[in-house]
Design a protein around this ligand. Structure first.
Ligand code: SF4
Length: 683
């Protein structure tokens, strides 16, 4: 098509948490192409197949272009006035009759910071409850809890760019080649340039195949493996003694615990070779600039927070965090703005900037600015919301841009919760599985149609700019929330996204120096950014850790088994994850040409298991867990170990979360997506 491009808009990718900067080229109110922005700080001119090519969903025929309201059991198109009036009336009635805690909100890790700021302001001031959560509960809540406990702040310690000078990367529970491709490529480049690579993953991923040591540890054994590596670091004296002496606490307790984790013991728990453990510890221990990169394979476990803390121990023992030239520990956040949604206070126990709701002085500061009381009692976490709906304590659920019926574990339980609610409101671009349970669905804008900011996985605020107008009457979450608040008789203030970030910055010391103006002028800024004349802190803790005593806290955490173990009835362990060309529930990527590259999901199974069960490639198998059943198409591959199977959750036709369990991290309620015992038989 040789017709001229009518506009080019620079914005931030709305898929994964890497936060690539993209140029969106528009012709005739449609996207003609997306290219990575030359010289962009995060992606340096690169982008993956999702960010570059998966944009046709914006003009998909089934995009919602008007509100839907349920009449006689059917969702039908309505006017904005009818939808807003109904939502305002029902939320007001439920709040007034049953109290504010009868309403909960799930905000969106895909929405902008400003939308998340407004969402938590809405639920706290207009409804009067702290029951707001976002999908970080399902992925990196253990990172927020674990990194805060170890170092003081709920984010990674160093920027992605610091991988440029690492000589050894320990990659744990992450497959960035598929889930965070620009990071995957950066790691690969670094390894090809000579850096050593240790991969801890139950699957043989592309980077595992490239690694010096691949510890193919059994699902659920992370804490044992990390303790085993720490045992070896201490035993072979790969320690930064000066750092340990002056800037850490907890060494003696840790050393005592680690006596129980010699290589032979850990090898038996994790089903790895003890010699590989020793080799991995030596590579990491002898490196001058070791880096740790990890993902949901560490967090989405019954002991995910312990996993983060015992992984952080390795960085602390080596002095690889908070020191000049260090490379730190980097959690690969899943969704584009899961860091930002949490940073903005879309959580049940903290206000923006992780300021605790229980602190009277903090609440008072927000109350003065907002002119309304801020509730003190922590709200419900997402899994608690579902339980409360089924018990009758929760009567209304407001869901912004998350398809919880497909993405959350134990889908049957989620459906029961949605059906138990008296009233369900959604914002969505499509009639998702969750929308099918809603009473009102507002037609939502995509990230390509929004104004605001995202925070990527290395704590970098970046601008999001609208390249397109939303179709029909669709609108962004910011405007929808403003209109619902108005319909309930109370404004939210913050007439624009820039005003919302300004208000948030005025109330939140770690964001005090941030503004849309600065981001326009400077491109991106890391938080903490405490003043408008100071740069953001890309590397944390160079002076002191943000813990109460200013020291990094080593954690003595024992290995505890996962929530599920295989047995005679459920002999396989199911791991869930992501594929390169699709994203999360697939609602966007399945409506693009990416679908041709991967039109269906498969259940990966080891060839020896497939042969034993007489399951040729392409066979449909009934897969059953203690929690549900679904049919998946088997694909034998040595990428999974014997006794394990793997599937992604991108397709409603392969609803793998029918199977996943209700077990959650003991500290944060993050679901244990990575370990479910299942039974498999041909159809
Ligand atoms: Fe978007 Fe992530 Fe791909 Fe970058 S790596 S283009 S942020 S999906």
């Amino acid at each position: 098509d040789l017709r001229p491009i009518t506009s080019t808009t620079t914005t931030t990718c709305g898929y994964c948490g890497v936060g690539c900067t993209l140029d969106v080229h528009v012709r005739d109110d449609d996207i003609a192409a997306i290219t990575p922005t030359h010289g962009a700080p995060v992606n340096r001119g690169h982008a993956c197949i999702k960010g570059r090519f998966a944009h046709a969903f914006t003009r998909a025929e089934d995009r919602l272009t008007a509100p839907l309201v349920r009449h006689n059991g059917q969702l039908v198109e309505s006017t904005w006035d009818e939808a807003l009036g109904l939502v305002a009336q029902r939320l007001t009635d439920i709040r007034d009759q049953h109290g504010p805690d009868a309403i909960a909100m799930i905000s969106s890790a895909r929405a902008t910071n400003e939308e998340n700021y407004l969402a938590q302001k809405f639920i706290r001031t207009i409804i009067g409850t702290n029951s707001i959560d976002n999908c970080s509960r399902l992925c990196h809540a253990p990172s927020a809890a674990g990194l805060t406990a170890s170092f003081g702040l709920a984010g990674g310690t160093n920027p992605l760019d610091d991988l440029d000078h690492t000589d050894c990367i320990l990659l744990a529970g992450a497959n960035p080649t598929e889930a965070h491709p620009v990071v995957g490529a950066r790691i690969k480049q670094r390894v090809l340039a000579g850096a050593r690579l240790v991969v801890i993953d139950p699957r043989r991923t592309e980077l595992a195949a490239l690694a010096d040591v691949h510890l193919q540890a059994a699902p659920g054994s992370n804490v044992a493996v990390f303790n085993g590596l720490a045992h070896l670091l201490i035993g072979e004296d790969h320690l930064d003694h000066a750092f340990l002496d002056h800037r850490t606490t907890g060494f003696d307790d840790l050393a005592t615990l680690l006596a129980d984790y010699p290589p032979e013991t850990v090898a038996a728990i994790a089903d790895v070779r003890s010699t590989d453990l020793v080799a991995a510890a030596r590579l990491f221990g002898r490196a001058q600039h070791p880096a740790i990169v990890y993902g949901l394979g560490v967090t989405e476990h019954a002991h995910g927070t312990d996993g983060v803390r015992t992984l952080a121990n390795l960085a602390i023992l080596r002095g690889a965090v908070g020191t000049t030239g260090c490379c730190g520990i980097l959690p690969l956040r899943g969704q584009n703005n899961v860091q930002g949604a949490s940073d903005m206070g879309a959580l049940p126990d903290v206000l923006p900037g992780y300021q605790h709701i229980a602190a009277p002085a903090i609440r008072a500061r927000f109350e003065r600015a907002w002119g309304r009381p801020v509730p003190e009692r922590p709200g419900l976490r997402i899994p608690q919301m579902f339980d409360a709906a089924i018990s009758g304590d929760l009567r209304a659920l407001y869901v912004i841009g998350e398809d919880i019926a497909q993405s959350d574990p134990n889908s049957g339980h989620v459906r029961a919760a949605l059906d138990a609610c008296e009233f369900v409101v959604c914002h969505d671009m499509f009639r998702s599985r969750t929308a099918e349970h809603a009473d009102v669905v507002f037609p939502a804008a995509s990230f390509l149609e929004k104004d605001g900011t995202f925070v990527n996985f290395d704590r970098r605020f970046q601008r999001v700019r609208p390249a397109l107008a939303p179709p029909g009457q669709a609108s962004d979450d910011f405007n929808i929330l403003q209109q619902v608040a108005q319909a309930m008789g109370t404004g939210l203030g913050c007439p624009t996204p820039a005003a919302a970030l300004a208000e948030c910055a005025s109330l939140t010391p770690v964001f005090a120096g941030l503004s849309h103006q600065r981001l326009e002028a400077e491109g991106s800024l890391h938080w903490p950014c405490p003043a408008s004349d100071r740069p953001g802190e890309a590397v944390l803790y160079l002076d002191r850790f943000a813990t109460p005593d200013g020291k990094a806290a080593l954690a003595a955490r024992p290995y505890l088994p996962p929530g599920e173990q295989p047995d005679a009835d459920f002999p396989f362990l199911l791991i869930t994850g992501r594929r390169l060309v699709h994203y999360n529930t697939g609602s966007m990527t399945r409506r693009t040409a990416n679908l041709e590259l991967l039109p269906t999901e498969t259940l990966e199974i080891h060839p020896s298991d497939a042969a034993r069960l007489d399951i040729p490639d392409g066979t449909d198998v009934i897969t059953t867990s203690r929690w549900g059943q679904t049919t998946l198409t088997a694909h034998p591959t040595t990428d999974v170990a014997p006794g394990q199977v793997f599937a992604a959750f991108h397709f409603p036709t392969a609803p793998v979360n029918e199977l996943t369990s209700p077990h959650t991290d003991t500290a944060t309620d993050c679901p244990e997506y990575k370990v479910t015992a299942v039974h498999i038989q041909p159809v």
